[in-house]
Design a protein around this ligand. Structure first.
Ligand code: AMP
Length: 420
């Protein structure tokens, strides 16, 4: 386990060192790094930013020092790799006195997409942890290598600081075998680690807990269906704070119709495209992951644009919307059956938080299940968690904004800060 620096008592007459209460959250993609620096005394954001197009001819760094007035600074210069990107981020943070060398920085929390069955909780990074994240690359070829690069780069910059990996899959490891297993030969499934892992776990964990708080109840007492509808989209059934089913599977391709992913298709479609369409595996992968979903159906993956086209009478956009809603409704019904008793349905992420027509259509006709949306409440635009079901509703329908960075920081702080 990485050693944390110990704080020696301050000699008499000198000021005691500031308590380390800041957590830097890094979300490293293949050519980008998103980051936030938070003060965990109150969860406030001190700085947020993004480095894009790493390794390309012109990269972009956008940095907003919220603690220092909040004026966004943008630099456009080539940034060769993640090492250079993180150094540039550290430099920006230093300009506002928030640098990586600050004694107030407690730890760095990393989003890691795939933790397999091994990681059920946030974990302090050690060589063993790095080895296991590496071993999971075959099941997350796009994400885990980028996440690892972020960890190794941060480790090189601050070897003395605890690095914490927070896994997208961890919240779903409580799923019972009946929900997590595919109906295929277990020997083959085990050999190739094929099972339903689920993703967006940090968001599902945060939103289910916030929904309980909105209802004024403890998470253990609440059953929630969480609908994380962003460009990627997933649903989960959460019983008493524990995930019992989720719509994404071995990869994020399964489940709901998404921005560019098909979600559920008959696996026979893949054989058909290979045998009859003579498409290669890579071509089919690209088709289903990048050129399907809303984008594949109507050429747009932004729900704002799709609604605008529907308002103008565009039939292609209307059909794409209907297919999206039909699938969503099926999952609400399925998870209602899985949970048996549902206290709340929570909408979150870009579409879930902003698209009132999606929320309305998703629960339309489900009054028999106790689900309804109050049109006035649904139309209100607001920042925080809010109820959109009528006062008398049997099941609460809510909009609960997600905050994956805060959740990563909270989990990191809970793991590392408790020893402070
Ligand atoms: P996310 O992946 O959570 O960042 O969500 C991104 C998606 O949210 C976009 O592709 C849009 O489809 C959707 N979105 C964002 N803002 C709005 C809005 N005001 N109305 C409808 N959809 C929105």
């Amino acid at each position: 386990m990485t050693d944390r620096p110990t704080t020696a008592p301050a000699p008499a007459g000198e000021q005691a060192p500031a308590a380390a209460t800041r957590v830097l959250v890094l979300n490293s993609g293949s050519s980008s790094v998103k980051y936030q620096l938070l003060d965990m005394r109150d969860g406030s954001r001190l700085a947020v930013g993004l480095v894009e197009r790493i390794g390309e001819r012109t990269s972009r760094l956008k940095h907003t020092p919220l603690a220092a007035g909040g004026e966004t600074r943008e630099t456009n210069a080539p940034i060769a790799d993640h090492d250079a990107a993180l150094k540039a981020v550290a430099q920006e943070l230093s300009r506002d006195g928030l640098g990586l060398d600050s004694p107030e920085l407690l730890a760095i929390g990393h989003r890691v997409v795939h933790g397999g069955m091994f990681f059920t909780e946030p974990t302090v990074v050690t060589d063993e942890v790095i080895g296991e994240i590496e071993r999971l690359i075959p099941v997350a070829p796009l994400h885990n290598p980028a996440n690892l690069t972020g960890i190794l780069t941060a480790q090189a910059l601050r070897p003395d600081l605890p690095q914490v990996a927070v896994f997208d899959t961890a919240f779903h490891t409580t799923m019972p075998e009946a929900a997590a297993r595919y109906a295929i030969d277990p020997k083959i499934a085990d050999r190739y680690r094929i099972r339903r892992y689920g993703f967006h776990g940090t968001s599902h964990a945060y939103v289910s807990r916030e929904t309980a708080r909105l209802l004024g109840k403890a998470p253990e007492d609440v059953n929630v269906i969480v609908l994380h509808l962003g460009n990627g989209a997933s649903a989960s059934a959460v019983r008493g704070g524990r995930c019992v089913d989720t719509s994404m599977g071995l990869t994020p391709l399964e489940g709901l119709v998404m921005g560019t992913r098909s979600g559920d298709v008959d696996p026979g479609v893949v054989f058909h495209l290979a045998r009859v369409g003579h498409m290669s595996m890579d071509e089919i992968d690209t088709l289903l992951n990048k050129r399907s979903g809303l984008f594949g159906l109507c050429g747009d993956n932004d729900m704002r644009e799709i609604r605008r086209r529907i308002d103008e009478g565009d039939e292609e956009a209307a059909l794409a919307f209907d297919i999206y809603i039909h699938r969503l409704k099926k999952y609400i019904g399925a998870y209602y059956a899985v949970l048996a008793r549902v206290d709340a349905v929570a909408f979150t992420a870009g579409v879930g938080e902003n698209a009132a027509p999606v929320r309305e259509a998703a629960v339309a006709g489900l009054e028999g299940l106790g689900l309804a949306v109050d049109p006035q409440r649904n139309a209100v635009r607001a920042e925080g968690p809010r109820l959109i079901s009528p006062e008398s509703a049997r099941v609460a329908v809510a909009v609960v904004p997600t905050d994956e960075e805060l959740e990563i920081a909270t989990q990191t702080y809970a793991l590392v800060g408790k020893n402070t």
